[in-house]
Design a protein around this ligand. Structure first.
Ligand SMILES: C[S@@+](CC[C@H](N)C(=O)[O-])C[C@H]1O[C@@H](n2cnc3c(N)ncnc32)[C@H](O)[C@@H]1O
Length: 392
């Protein structure tokens, strides 16, 4: 979206066009555009179509709200999805925060969740199109009383009047994702200083942030949604007893820790546990091992094992039927013998590409199984099994 497109879309004619485009099927786009251009300005029709496309992409992050919101292409990519933003807003609320300076507010993904939690927000972004979208979103969702937007460089903002500072730096440049935290805009060191300056501070970072880049005074939280790790956040002023936290959404369960030594390794037992990605990124596998009384299957692999099933919200359990050295021919034969048609292929510490392997095995039959390609006691192994079910 160009900055100049939004005012036209907010007029009664623009709104009428957007309403017409609400449920269009992408295949109908050409015919629809031709029809609409007969009665409306071609530029406005293009802007409305572009916005409708962005809204449909944004539905995965914002659900039903997306149909009422305004986006820029970058804003769709970079915004925080509702469930994750709500979790953060809930933590802010629990810490007693009533006002937040949202530095790098984008199209308002975080600002919306904060405002819905009853928190007053100043949302700052230097991109005029993002600011205009954030403003329109606050209006469209009935949150304009709580969200003030400002189009400025974050370095120019005085945050002293706010309980909390939240920074969500841009982590993408023209050529894709940025991995060096000092190449974020603004750089991580600036964001950390800004966050430390308030009673409560939070900086959103990429989940792959090296642990060495996490400041000693931060509580680092890794957040996953339905098993996919979405982000990490460096919190300041939370007075957390433990340095690391893994939060699993949508359940909202959090595991804290970060001080235990690595678990021992031992032979593969009857059950194998695959910790959630947030737990692994947060280096909290030892905490899960302690909870399950489990050992690692290999000192370098984050799979845990026990002989007794202990269900955990932090790890998916499999019952293992076969522990074999990796051998393609043997695997093919087993899959055929057991009539396994639905084969879930998982891997950790193996170079094998699951989809290539599937093509070679050609699973066929009425049964289902899981094969985990990994390493145990230093050697490549294949572990066959199925999802573990607790005895009733
Ligand atoms: C990751 S996005 C923010 C997404 C936002 N939290 C949301 O959920 O919609 C980062 C934003 O930072 C803005 N930005 C980058 N450097 C900035 C700076 N120095 N001052 C103000 N905004 C900046 C970009 O324009 C971009 O919109």
């Amino acid at each position: 979206m160009h900055t100049e497109d939004l005012p036209a879309l907010l007029t009664p004619e623009g709104q009428e066009l957007l309403a017409e485009l609400r449920d269009y099927a992408p295949g109908e786009e050409l015919a629809l555009a031709t029809r609409l251009r007969r009665t409306h300005d071609a530029k406005l029709v293009s802007a409305a179509l572009a916005q409708a496309r962005l809204r449909s992409r944004a539905a995965a992050k914002f659900g039903a709200d997306a149909a009422r919101m305004y986006f820029t292409p970058n804003g769709v990519e970079q915004s925080t999805r509702t469930g994750v933003a709500e979790w953060r807003a809930g933590r802010m609320k629990a810490l007693g925060v009533t006002s937040v300076a949202d530095l790098c507010g984008g199209i308002g993904g975080d600002a919306i969740a904060l405002a819905r939690a009853g928190i007053r927000v100043l949302a700052v972004d230097r991109d005029p199109a993002a600011c205009a979208a954030a403003d329109a979103n606050a209006q469209a969702l009935g949150l304009a009383d709580l969200i003030e937007t400002r189009c400025a460089d974050v370095a120019a903002i005085d945050t002293t009047a706010y309980d909390a500072v939240f920074v969500d730096p841009a982590r993408r440049a023209g050529r894709g994702r940025i991995f060096d935290p000092e190449a974020y805009s603004p750089p991580l060191s600036w964001a950390v200083e800004a966050a430390r300056g308030a009673s409560v501070g939070a900086v959103k970072v990429a989940p792959g942030i090296p642990h060495e880049a996490v400041p000693d005074d931060a509580e680092a939280e890794w957040v996953s949604m339905s098993g996919d790790v979405k982000e990490a956040v460096l919190w300041f002023g939370t007075k957390a007893a433990e340095p690391h936290r893994a939060t699993l959404l949508p359940a909202g369960t959090s595991l804290t820790g970060g001080r235990l030594p690595d678990p021992e390794a031992g032979p593969v037992g009857r059950y194998l546990y695959e910790p959630d990605g947030a737990v692994i990124r947060a280096h909290l596998v030892a905490e899960v091992a302690a909870e399950l009384n489990a050992t690692l299957i290999d000192p370098t692999i984050a799979y845990l094992t026990t002989d007794r099933l202990t269900p955990s919200p932090y790890a998916t359990a499999y019952e293992i039927t076969d522990v074999l050295p990796f051998n393609l021919k043997r695997l093919k034969a087993l899959v055929r013998e057991r009539a396994i048609g639905t084969l879930v292929i998982k891997k950790r510490g193996s170079a094998i590409e699951p989809e290539e392997l599937r093509k070679k095995i050609k699973p066929e039959g009425v049964n289902s199984a899981v094969v985990l390609l990994t390493r145990a006691a230093g050697s490549p192994v294949m572990l066959l099994g199925h999802a573990a079910v607790e005895a009733g």
